[in-house]
Ligand binder design. Sequence first.
Ligand code: ZN
Length: 504
Amino acid sequence: MKRRDFLKQASIAALGASVARAGAANKRIAFGGIQIECSTYGNILSRMEDFTVRRGQELADYRLFSVTKSYPHPFTPVFLASAVPGGPVERKTYDALKSEFLGRLRELLPLDGVYLPMHGAMFVEGMVDAEGDWISAVRAVVGERCLMSASYDLHGNLSRRVIDNLDMMSAFRTAPHIDREETHKRACDMLVRCLDRGIRPTLVWAPIPVLMPGERSSTEYEPAKRLWGQLPAMTAQEGVMDVSLLVGYVWADEARATAAAVLTGTKPAALHKAATNLAQQYWDARTEFRFGVPTGTMTEIIAKAQALATRPVVLSDSGDNPTGGGTGDRADALAELLRMKVRDVVLAGIADRPGTEACYQAGVGRTLPLRVGATLDLQASRPVEVSAKVVFLAQTGTPAERQAVIEVDGITVVLTARRRPFHEIVDFTSLGLDPTRFKFVVVKAGYLVPPIAAIANPNLMALTDGAVNQDIEHLASRHRVPTYPFVRDLRWTPATIVSARSRG
Ligand SMILES: [Zn+2]
């Protein structure tokens, strides 16, 4: 067979297979969305280059969404735009992403179902309730008959507009988030089950006027452990399809920022009862939430670490944690380590593109004067002047992926071209650094993710300044509704709100 004929035959066969699959499945489902967590206390904008956009097959093959391939109905990828948490999304970027998303969705009409994997704490310049804007726009495109399921991060914020446009939702049940895929599966399972059985579920929301940093609500510690631990058993009750409990995102000065219980199911009375009960439990536990590890100022934490005989002691610079929405360009920790003459320490990392570039220009082995830090947030961050010896340069063809390891007075520092966390051991070892060989490991993080927690002996958290400052009681708040702990003597009783979709 000639090559051209072979390709023609093969493509006809492939087309036949996909038609047969769609014919057998007969439900049309699209999936995709936008995921970012934005601190309104940062002074940097999240722009298009900060987003990774997975379109088409790249999204279909994305490991976190492999569940979408497990149903008889094909899930057609639209796109998923995701970014490291940061400052508000630039309006132009948001508008361009939304317009492309809706355009691609229109091409897939008519649709029976849509699955929206969202974060829930996006803030867009000049807009309130950004997810409400996105989700209601999707609803307007797909129409009233289509069922929409969303998955959320447990640090997402809900709103009437979000709830009124969804039929069902599920949120992560762990922080640190180790159940992303299970959550995606719950959201997709519900959608498929409802489509297959012709169910129009009831979605019930109980906002809880409590906010706290994620670092005080890790599900590895009480009271979060028991509050979230009961969700699987609650979900198993008759007439209940999903039970989610959200901490909300405190560094968004928005009226919708609160904790929430949100339930999906088929028995409204059971849902109201469970939502009210869960919301009340969370409210009653509000004064119990604590940091899971010892905390203090950076100075106190360094002194405490120096007094310990164990190693490596992992010190979290929590106010500048990029995965919480911090800028990641602050050099305060470096300044304090230098002032206290600490040795045997690795600090990873500081987002500093000019400094990283200067190290690449100089080359390994050279010593150069550097102003480290304060390259992104010129208002809040302060640079540190140092004499730096370049000890390692990451080999990469992508300028944004460049990372330089420098030594400053016995302190090993990683400079990175882009904002990024150090969450995996390989993030260190790929730079020739073994974190277990240092007495102190300083990371820009809140609670530690499992790979770093596993080496921490122990972990201490510095409550530092930054866009995700843990001292939330002193955050400037202009748009919040009365919420604990901003209003300490708040009185409240739970009330539920049903999605307009369920009422309709
Ligand atoms: Zn989260």
